[in-house]
Design a protein around this ligand. Structure first.
Ligand SMILES: [Zn+2]
Length: 487
């Protein structure tokens, strides 16, 4: 495995003059000098006029051998992609696919990915060791939820407990479950708690399991992924599927999936009761809105500029509508489907707001890899969708950082940008609270005062993971070169 460029480690670093968004939901403040020693934030020094004028005689700027000039930039905690699939199989994204995805994440300020299973997990555990021994490698923190499909393995509660013990022995941080039965899910949750797995149990509630969000929350899952199981819990019985509906037909499944929220909306009180129960049980909602977005505007997804520039050809090949390939069902997608999905998003977003207002915790995850959804870029798009759902950008940064680290029990990150916490940072050229688009690796276009000269602005300039500095333009350059190799 060749990783290309590596990050720079330094014993003492100062990031000068940045505006800090701490990730705890408080307003931006600055300019500040952040002092980092051995991967930890050791000081945060105000360098604004008020601070300078208050004690002019003993006012001193912190010094270091390594300095990053962040004037005009915003410093955020490193983002956490709560729903990631590392392309480990060496076919989906080519022979260096893993490294390719890592770089796309880091180039967008993503310093931690929660791996959601069903990859070649042995290799992922190895990767985590490689990173531990070589922190300068361009690899985000890997938080491993070991995949488990109780339905395919015909699992009993006893067998499920054995599996969880096995995952814990391998070094899993938690378990990701799709499908199965409620008694099996209860056993998995109980055993994960007993084994002290900080990540707990994340569920993708497939309809054929018959487990809805209420059942999952009551047995103690830590996060509900996507949206499945939440609207269903508010229906009286089943969704009104057409008589010829077949759950194994992906086109039909995604077509009908538009209607789960639309039908639930007919019972708004029941939806609110479901959300209240999730809040009461501390169940976190990780909606991953971005991965379904092609359903509401297929042509937008097909023509995304970043996919053209940074999407590796074998991956783009898998997105082409093809019967019989998972999540490639867009071969007969209709105007009416898009209209239904747009309506679904409106309702889904409104209930995300209701969940938040009731005290619920929301995180940001992208589930990149399928459906025109590219690693890293899609994480920024998820932030935009959360803004569309009505959340304040300051709150969204919190969702994408400390909400996630707290959910995962990552105590070194849970303070966001704070003295004594890990220096996982994203330094953005410009103010992402004003425009999240600044964080895309494709940058934004601006005209200079002459109104003729066009320049590129924005982008995450540097990403720090554990204080190791990655130059994002260099990462993007290497990604583009890798994509070119396929030409
Ligand atoms: Zn997934």
């Amino acid at each position: 495995m060749t990783y290309g460029i590596t990050g720079r480690k330094c014993s003492r670093l100062v990031i000068r003059d940045g505006i800090v968004v701490d990730g705890r939901g408080t307003p931006p403040k600055g300019p500040m000098d952040l002092v980092i020693e051995d991967g930890v934030i050791v000081d945060m020094v105000r360098v604004d006029d008020v601070a300078r004028n208050k004690y002019p005689e003993d006012w001193q700027r912190p010094e270091a051998d390594e300095v990053i000039d962040a004037s005009g930039m915003y410093v955020l905690p490193g983002l956490v992609d709560m729903h990631a699939h590392v392309p480990l199989d060496h076919t989906k994204c080519g022979p260096r696919g893993m490294e390719y995805a890592y770089k796309l994440w880091l180039a967008h300020g993503v310093t931690t990915v929660r791996s959601m299973g069903f990859d070649v997990e042995d290799e992922l555990y190895e990767q985590r060791e490689v990173l531990r021994d070589n922190p300068e490698l361009p690899i985000p923190r890997l938080f491993i939820m070991h995949g488990c499909r109780p339905d395919l393995q015909d699992m009993t509660p006893e067998r499920a407990r054995e599996s969880v013990k096995e995952f814990a022995g391998l070094g899993a941080d938690g378990v990701k479950v799709i499908g199965g039965y409620s008694d099996v899910l209860a056993a998995i949750c109980d055993e994960a708690a007993r084994m002290g797995l900080d990540g707990g149990v994340a569920v993708h509630l497939s309809l054929d399991s018959g487990i809805d969000a209420v059942t999952a929350s009551e047995v103690g899952v830590s996060t509900i992924e996507h949206t499945y199981g939440i609207p269903e819990a508010a229906l009286y019985g089943t969704q009104s599927f057409p008589p010829d509906y077949n759950e194994m037909d992906e086109l039909a499944r995604f077509r009908e999936s538009a209607w789960n929220w639309i039908e639930a909306e007919q019972n708004p009180e029941r939806v609110l009761d479901v959300l209240d129960l999730l809040v009461e049980n501390g169940t976190v909602w990780d909606p991953t809105m971005v991965v379904y977005e092609p359903s509401r505007d297929l042509d937008r997804a097909k023509t995304l500029e970043w996919n053209r520039l940074y999407g590796v050809p074998p991956l783009r090949e898998t997105w082409k509508p093809t019967p019989g390939i998972h999540a490639s069902f867009y071969f007969d997608w209709k105007t009416s489907d898009e209209i239904a999905w747009k309506e679904k998003y409106r309702i889904w977003m409104r209930y995300l707001s209701e969940f938040f207002r009731a005290g619920g915790t929301i995180t940001a995850g992208a589930d990149a890899g399928t459906q025109y959804t590219l690693y890293g870029f899609s994480m920024v798009r998820e932030l935009e969708l959360l803004q569309e759902a009505g959340f304040h950008p300051i709150e969204i940064v919190k969702m994408a950082t400390t909400n996630a680290s707290r959910t995962m029990g990552l105590s070194r990150l849970s303070g966001g940008i704070r003295k004594g916490y890990a220096a996982d940072l994203a330094i953005v050229d410009g103010n992402p609270l004003d425009n999240f688009k600044l964080m895309y690796g494709t940058k934004v276009e601006k005209f200079l005062d002459d109104r003729v000269t066009k320049v590129q602005a924005g982008g995450v300039k540097w990403t720090l993971r554990d204080g190791v500095i990655f130059d994002c333009d260099q990462l993007l350059q290497e990604i583009a070169e890798y994509v070119q190799e396929f030409a």
